[in-house]
Design a binder for this molecule. Sequence first.
Ligand code: TXE
Length: 479
Amino acid sequence: MNILNYINGQLIAPVSGQYLDNINPAEGKVYGNIPDSDSADVTKAVESAAAAFPIWSAMPLTKRANILLKIAELIDRDLDKLALAESADQGKPLKLAKSVDIPRASANLRFYATASMHVSTESHLMEGEAINYTTQTPIGVAGCISPWNLPLYLFTWKIAPALAAGCTVVAKPSELTPMTAFLFSKLCIEAGLPAGVLNIVHGLGNKVGQAIVEHPEVSVISFTGGTVTGKRIAATAAPMFKKLSLELGGKNPNLIFADCDFDQAVSTSIQSSFSNQGEICLCGSRILVERSLYNKFIAEFVKRTKELIVGDPLEENTRVGALVSEAHMNKVLSYIELAKSEGGEIICGGKQVSLSGRCENGYFVEPTVIAGLDQTCRTNQEEIFGPVVTIMPFDTEEEAINYANSNAYGLSATIWTENLKRAHRVSHQIKSGIIWVNCWLLRDLRTPFGGMKQSGVGREGGWEALQFFTETKNVCIKL
Ligand code: TXE
């Protein structure tokens, strides 16, 4: 299927007339193509967004919110079709796309549409002398750039608060997973989103993404992706004084204390290690186990890892699907080789999986558990972003916290303990933006979301995301 750009309310070809292959990673085959857009397409998109801004930003809140709620309704209506597209593009099990990705995309729109109608601003009385009041107004044209791991979920994660805040948007999905963004643009047309309010330009990051970031009329940038790209975007945006939100990588610790609820800790750790083939920035890729529980935990964890079915994403009982691309599969496999060279012991998995039938040329890797490494090696310092976890013992709480904090990332952490005081004490000492205790990936959209250190700048998700797309003004009036 030919994917088209969505600019000024129309589905149109790229100015260059050039296209890129769109590959289904489970089959290792081209199944469509996407516009190979460039700065000419971005210029048209920004012009449309700028022209639509006065109308959209002045639209009554309820009217704006109702359009977003209509889009959410259409996402729910087309759940199966969108889930199939998500799975075809990214390689994730269809079951996961149906249960997580697509429902959370409509939840994003519903949350921000309704939240935008309940935003309050402040006023401050100065001892009878003057009164201050604060206004929040949408900044203007927002650039939203999203990654390939949770395509529609993270695409709407940025677009929903931007539109709800009254900004207009130029968005770019990952060139690896463009299909649901294309289907989403059709739903926006069907829902009556006014022309130019949202513009979607498909193509490569260093062409289209870079053009969005450097366009002088794009005033605010929301990005999710790799830390390397985040640095490059920051370098472009900073001298242009653009407001910037960067949600980057993670290398998240999963701390298992001996007093944990063992079965819960093991079963949830399987999820936090291998969901979406480990291609979630919040995955717990470093498992740290209190020594007295270490052997028992490893035995059970490896047993259940081996039970995971690596297979055709369309099959009902597949738990580990295809990695997103051949290049990413090779990157993940290279990290497994690196782990061995650093003295790691592969205690299960470690190899590419060759399937038969439809998926014989797909990109599949076994869920892999690696022991015997210390916290300083590259395998434990760098984000692998695949179905690969390391596991190691610790003796004291202090040692566990030091290990947890021992790399440049600080996105999330999970802690398994039934000791309430320890849960609070350890949570407060781990340098991560998100801490889960006896659970994982439980999200309340009212809470801030984002990392510390090299995991990001700014906060997405929750009220803060709405405010991120606005600028405040304080008016002080003498009484
Ligand atoms: O991300 P990129 P990739 C991590 C993960 C992964 C690594 C690279 O470790 O292996 O990042 O993944 C666009 N200006 N995460 O290559 O390159 C690009 O087109 C503007 C963690 O997919 O960061 C895509 O739309 N945009 C992350 C988006 O940026 C540019 C999820 C992300 O691509 C650009 C994904 C540029 N110069 C990967 N270059 C998470 N935190 O969830 C690229 N892009």
